[in-house]
Design a protein around this ligand. Sequence first.
Ligand code: PRP
Ligand code: MN
Ligand code: MG
Length: 180
Amino acid sequence: MKEDIEKVLISADEIKVKKEEIGERITREYQHRFPLVIGVLKGAMPFMADLTRSINAHLEIDFMDVSSYGNQMTSSGEVKIVKDLDSSVEGRDIIIIEDIIDSGLTLSYLVSLFHHRKANSVKIVTLLDKPEGRKADIVPDIAGFTVPDEFVVGYGLDYAERYRNLPYIGILKPDIYRDS
Ligand code: PRP
Ligand code: MN
Ligand code: MG
């Protein structure tokens, strides 16, 4: 698997340092607030697991899985709920955890949904931000790293469902795309 990677963009150590930094910030901001931390499946899985363990405050975790209708997001950013939350967001302080924000359509939908469901507050934490891909007006409250408009994989991010288990963020070799 690792032989498919052309270049390591963000190392496991860099992710670790950043995760500690973000964890400390959330610890300070959410003391005594009991936030509901929501991971967006599947990409957010490693970051969610690592980041929450760097937060020294009481919190609750939940997961949501959404997907676009067909393969392409509609311009309205309409998405389908594949797995909804177990908990109610009403009156809660929500922290959404994402691996990457690209077009912003996934988060645009989720943020509206949680406001509609009467959340007290909604914050967005993403490991990666790809501002060049943006179609919806979404700005993360906390972003670990800004990435260029290239196909990145690893640490949750997939190409055809593979590479999510890489411990770092890398760029795929072009022949991997060509062969498929
Ligand atoms: C990817 C990624 C984000 C979303 C970002 O998820 O994990 O959730 O796309 O793209 P956007 O800003 O353009 O909406 P995907 O829908 O591929 O599902 P996955 O997490 O299961 O890979
Ligand atoms: Mn995702
Ligand atoms: Mg994906």
